[in-house]
Design a protein around this ligand. Structure first.
Ligand SMILES: Cc1ncc(COP(=O)(O)O)c(C=O)c1O
Length: 367
């Protein structure tokens, strides 16, 4: 199941030592730890311990909070199988290191998250469409089923069941990437696919980038028993552990009684932005594009008619002060021409209106 590079993977003896050095009274001659007294003073309420090295898996209290959240969602993720990541992008890299050799059959949605494609390509994955029957069962199926990037689509309960059953039947590792699940504007099926995979091999990850602050680089991953310890070893070899300061800040926010209210406010704020954007799209692109209003997440996915390849038009759009993502870039193999991913969360209403008018001119200047 694992990539060839995993054969040489060994746990580091330092790791087990770092786990115990925080204990009161412990004298450590291990590890290259700076003297605590030399660490900078912080103006905020930051305990000095967060400036010291910490465990690879992450801060126990934060892992505990994430584990509780995942168990509530039905995912079999006890605290021992939750690890904090330096952004969920790191999870994609760790999983690819664990499972992907050159030629490894990897099932993906088409289109899918661009930076996941970048990672899987880097490790030599051979892509197949998760919606199609492949001759060789995939070793890994990577999906963003809830308000996916780039399409904003949300997979139905029936499709989630079908994918879980297929992974179980074909011995495929399910890798569910779920950074948008809390940005929900209309009711829709969101039960993780990983919750249906208790007897199989699965990886589930989430992020605090969209609900809190991307600059803190904080995400989390949980996995089935057969995979988790190896992911920890690979993370250790990658960056030892995630920033303890970031973990401290996020734990504070997550355990604050106001966290749930914050998520509700976010959803209200973005729902309004989405609706304003939708109305502006209807004005500017109503006669030349189709789209579905996303029920969550951060993106509109447009199909243009006529089918102009949007890639060569990006430079002109940027010259005119408008950036967008050509949809063709999100395809693992055969891009559907004439697609665009438009983020609606960032631009203010008046900028969105102006930007869309410019885009419309750029796209269809030749018609
Ligand atoms: C589907 C998906 N996965 C992962 C990430 C990476 O997020 P993070 O900031 O947690 O690394 C993103 C960011 O946009 C994303 O869209």
């Amino acid at each position: 199941m694992f990539s060839q590079r995993i054969e040489g993977l060994r746990p580091s003896p330092i790791r087990s030592i770092l786990e115990v050095i925080d204990r009161p009274g412990m004298i450590s001659f291990a590890g290259g730890l700076p003297a605590t007294a030399t660490l900078p003073e912080w103006s905020g309420s930051v305990p000095p311990s967060v400036l010291q090295y910490g465990p690879t898996e992450g801060e126990p209290d934060l892992r505990e909070a994430v584990s509780r959240h995942l168990i509530d969602l039905g995912v079999d993720a006890p605290v021992e199988r939750v690890m904090i990541l330096s952004g969920s992008q790191q999870g994609i890299d760790l999983v690819a290191k664990l499972l992907v050799d050159p030629g490894t059959v990897t099932a993906l949605e088409d289109p899918t998250y661009l930076a996941a494609l970048q990672v899987f390509r880097f490790y030599g994955a051979q892509f197949v469409d998760v919606a199609e029957r492949a001759a060789t069962p995939a070793r890994l199926a990577y999906v963003v089923p809830t308000f996916g990037n780039p399409t904003g689509a949300c997979m139905s309960d029936a499709d989630r069941d079908r994918l879980a059953q297929r992974c179980l039947r074909e011995d495929t590792v399910l890798f569910e990437d779920d950074p948008y699940r809390d940005l929900v504007y209309e009711p829709c099926d969101r039960t993780p696919i990983a919750a249906r995979m208790t007897d199989g091999s699965w990886i589930y990850q989430g992020s605090f980038s969209k609900t809190f602050a991307p600059g803190l680089r904080l995400g989390f991953i949980a996995a089935s028993r057969d995979l988790f310890d190896k992911l920890v070893m690979i993370k250790q070899a990658t960056d030892l552990h995630t920033s303890r300061l970031s973990q401290h800040i996020v734990l504070d926010a997550l355990t604050d009684p106001g966290w749930a209210a914050r998520l509700n406010r976010l959803a209200d704020f973005y729902r309004e932005r989405r609706d304003t954007f939708d109305a502006a799209l209807a004005r500017e692109f109503g006669d030349v594009a189709t789209w579905e209003t996303p029920k969550g997440g951060l993106f509109f996915w447009l199909r243009l008619s006529p089918r102009v390849d949007t890639r060569p038009l990006l430079a002109t759009a940027i010259e005119r002060g408008v950036a967008f993502m050509p949809g063709e870039e999100f395809s693992p193999s055969r891009p559907e021409l004439g697609t665009m991913r438009l983020n609606f969360s960032h631009a203010r209403a008046d900028d969105a209106e102006r930007g869309l008018a410019v885009l419309r001119q750029v796209m269809f200047a030749q018609f």
